[in-house]
Structure formats: C-alpha cells, structure tokens
Design a protein around this ligand. Structure first.
Ligand SMILES: Nc1nc2c(ncn2[C@@H]2O[C@H](COP(=O)(O)OP(=O)(O)OP(=O)(O)O)[C@@H](O)[C@H]2O)c(=O)[nH]1
Ligand SMILES: [Mg+2]
Length: 459
C-alpha cells in the first residue's frame, strides 16, 4: 500500500439531493466510521454490506443524521483499501457535519481525485482508466459518457498494451538474433523486423489518432456556425436553440457584430453553436471585422447552418455563401416562412441538394423540430456512430502518440539507412516508453499529481 493515512471527503455533488455520501478510505476507515456510527458494530460486519443507523458527534452524543453505512474491505474496493461510505440525507448541513466528525477522528481531508489516485497507485486501474473516470464526471452527453465508459473498461489501455506487446516481441527477437548470430545476415533480418513493426505500430497509432479526432467532437461539441446575411434570423436561432436570450435580436440589419458562442445539446448531440455577424459589404470598420470573423468561423466549422430569408430573393451574398460552403456539412434554413415567399426555389436548387433544405419560421417556432432531427440523424446515423468513439483521447494522450510516431519515424529512417541495430533500438525503446506513459507504466510523480488534481473532490 502506498499511503498509510485514511482520507475522507464528500463524494456527491454539494447541494440539495436525495442523498449525500461521505466516503472514507484507508486502514483506519472502519474504526473511524465506527466511532461516529450508532448501529451495528462495523468492526464485525462482513465486507460489502450496508447498515442502518445514526451518525453521532461522539463528543456530545448528539445525533447528526439518520444514515445507511456501507463497508467495503480492501482489496475488493474502489481504492483497494478499506472503504466506508456513509449515505446521509441530502442537503448540505448533514453531509458536512458528518464529514466534520469523521475528520475529528483523525481522517485527512482527501485531495481532489485522491480516491482514484489511490486506485491507480494500488494497481487497480491504469492511468488512461483514471482519466476516463474524470471524463465520466465531466461528460456532457450520453454519447460522451459511453465513450468514457469504454475507456474505463480499458479499451484504450488494451489497445496500447497490445501495441507495446507487439514492439516488445520484435525487440526480444532482435536481441536473440544478435546474441546468437548463427546466420550471416543477422543484421539485415533485424533491420527488416524492426522496420516492419515500426511501420505497423505507426499505422495503428495514426488510426487511433484519427478515431480520436472524432471522439474529441463528443467532448467539446460539434462546431456549428450559424451563417447568413444580416437580419435573416441567425441570433433568433441561437436564442431559440439555447433557450436563453443570449444574443440581441432586432430588426436592424447588422445587429450582431461579434461571434457569440453557446454550448447546447440537441437530442444527445453536443453542439458549440456560434452566432456570427451577418455577412455583407460594409464600410463600417467594426462590422467589417465582424464579417471577417464570420468567414473564419464558417471555414472552420464542422457544421454550417446557412440561413436564407425566403421572403427575399436570393442575392449575390447568398450565392457566394452557398458556393463557399458547398463542400461542408451544412443545413440550409429557409427562414421567415411565415411571410410571403419570394425566394426562387428553382434557382436555389442549382446551388444545393434539396434534402439539406428546411423551411422554418423561428418566430412561429415551425420547422425547428426538423432541424433538430436532421442534426441528430447526420451525426448519429451517419459518420459518427458510437462505435467510432471508442477512444477519447485527451491532449496528453494525443501528444504522447504523436511523439511516439516521431520516434518510430526515426526508426524507419534509420533502418532504411541500415544504421547499426543497437542505435536504432534507442528510438525504438523511446517509442515504447512513450506509449507506456499513456497507461502510466512509466510516469513521474509530478505528472500524477497534476493529473489527479483535476478531479473533483471525493472521487
Ligand atoms: N417574420 C419573421 N421574422 C423573423 C423570423 N426570425 C427572425 N425574425 C426577425 O428578424 C429580425 C432579425 O433577426 P435576428 O435574429 O436579429 O437576425 P440576425 O440574422 O441575427 O441579424 P444580424 O445580427 O443583423 O446579422 C428580428 O426582428 C427577428 O424578430 C421569422 O421566422 N419570421
Ligand atoms: Mg444577429
């Protein structure tokens, strides 16, 4: 065991809730809980049992709360240490008072993420699994949650371990051939083996990174730019979809000057919605800058919602925007459908597919269901099925994978130049180490502390 003290924290979100949990972990967890618990003698209960009773302040014998207390003895627990969880009634006071009396018994207040850190240090989970716990807590939507769950169950770890295993096997073979040079062409054989493995592993890492860029979407939201001429209803759409009056809406063309962002969730699809300044020719400096920004946002967007005002004829700007976005994921809204139609649908058909067009009236709230359904269908039915999101990589993972690719590239190059094998082995081993850092098989304390401090308290 790595630490001998016993830690405690409130493990549920602070606030009104049906229950709040105070969790203890460490060698003294059971005796400490026993001192503040009136009910069965926790020292004698079997592991993985739950007991009704009261939390009392041993100094005054005052009853603090009516509770259910569960006892999980190590190593079959989250941290692999003895754990006691006291389930208090929800609300802030009872839970905090319970934590106070537990700390009075000598428990130390846990640092954020310390329970999970112990699970890691005691060898129950590896680093990428620990990070998945963090993602799980922060998951914004169900889909992201599933991906975190997969990772928690070790899909990333398994993949990385398999890659390292593959590398190790080759390394072992190379060592053997070098130590027992029965053949003349030992050197050449080793070079071929090293290059083949380096190429294979590199390919698999690249695949992982590619899948991960899709995984990233689910954690950060799909960049969705609302684009169009001034006054077509862009800000009205942002306000409607986000359910708050975030952007100013007026009938003055050119109301929005800067981009406005809002994270929303449409039927399980997380979107980063970006309202932009209406695009038009203008001599006004601030508006010019805004328009320039709109164009940049449009270029970078994962999804473009292009709004046209169907109460007006298509003009040059509309056509320019249709042209500019034709290769992007986009949805075209014919807004203000409550007004007399003017826009020429046949002309519009020259610039886009019919099945990406939806007639809407934001003021009368019509057509917006269809918009939501289309977003849902595109992202869950189409390119981004949940199967693609097996791996959620964070920045740390991505960087390590990229560094590993660099090291492997050096290996590949060196084998092509037929450099001495023991020289090549240096880069090869470096790549192997870098991969190990993802699962925490070669990490330093400093990194660990930094990582785990990002967790919430009590986890
Ligand atoms: N009749 C009608 N009016 C609408 C509809 N949607 C928005 N409007 C009105 O159109 C005007 C402009 O709406 P905004 O949402 O500010 O338009 P915008 O595209 O953000 O405009 P800029 O910020 O100037 O680029 C407001 O008066 C809205 O109330 C609609 O579906 N029908
Ligand atoms: Mg606006």
């Amino acid at each position: 065991m790595y630490q001998n003290d016993t830690i405690a924290a409130i493990s549920t979100a602070l606030g009104e809730g049906a229950i709040g949990i105070v969790r203890l972990s460490g060698p003294e967890a059971i005796p400490m809980a026993n001192k503040v618990f009136k009910g069965k003698n926790l020292a004698n209960v079997p592991t993985h049992t739950i007991h009704y009773g009261h939390v009392i302040d041993p100094k005054t014998n005052q009853v603090i709360d009516e509770v259910m207390t569960s006892v999980m003895k190590g190593p079959r627990s989250y941290t692999m240490e003895n754990i006691v969880e006291i389930n208090c009634h929800g609300g802030i006071i009872a839970v905090q008072r319970t934590l106070e009396v537990v700390l009075d018994q000598g428990a130390r207040m846990a640092e954020p993420g310390e329970f999970t850190k112990r699970a890691f240090l005691n060898g129950r989970i590896d680093l990428s699994q620990a990070e998945a716990v963090m993602d799980l807590i922060q998951a914004k939507t169900d889909k992201a949650m599933n991906a975190s769950m997969n990772q928690l169950q070790g899909s990333l770890s398994n993949k990385i371990s398999a890659l390292r295993e593959e590398m190790l096997q080759t390394l072992a073979q190379v060592e053997v051939t070098i130590d027992y040079p029965e053949y003349d062409d030992v050197e050449e054989m080793s070079l071929t083996q090293l290059r083949e493995t380096a190429e294979s592993v590199k390919g698999q890492i690249q695949q992982l990174l590619q899948q991960a860029s899709q995984g990233k979407l689910f954690r950060e939201g799909i960049n969705t730019a609302i684009i169009g001429r001034p006054n077509v209803g862009k800000s009205s759409l942002l306000n409607f979809l986000s359910g708050i009056d975030k952007a100013i809406v007026t009938d003055i063309a050119g109301t929005t000057r800067d981009t406005i962002e809002e994270f929303i969730n449409i039927r399980g699809v997380p979107l980063k919605l970006i309202d932009t300044a209406g695009i038009r020719q203008t001599d006004e400096l601030v508006e010019q800058i805004g328009v320039e920004k709109s164009r940049q946002v449009m270029e970078k967007a994962d999804l473009v919602i292009l709004i046209l005002n169907q109460a007006q004829a298509l003009n040059e700007t509309d056509i320019e925007l249709l042209e500019l976005t034709k290769n992007q994921q986009r949805i075209i809204l014919l807004n203000k459908s409550d007004l007399e139609p003017v826009l020429d649908r046949e002309k519009l058909a020259e610039y886009c597919d019919d099945d990406s067009i939806i007639a809407t009236s934001i003021t009368e709230e019509s057509g917006l269901d269809q918009l939501e359904a289309m977003i849902e269908k595109r992202f869950f039915g189409g390119q981004l099925q949940s199967a693609d999101v097996n791996y959620l990589l964070n920045t740390r993972h991505t960087q390590l994978l990229k560094q590993a690719i660099e090291a492997l590239d050096e290996v590949i190059q060196a084998t092509e130049m037929a450099l001495p094998v023991d020289l090549i082995q240096i880069d090869y081993t470096r790549a192997w180490d870098l991969l190990g850092e993802i699962t925490g098989e070669s990490v330093q304390d400093e990194l660990l502390n930094k990582l785990f401090s990002q967790f919430c308290l009590g986890k």
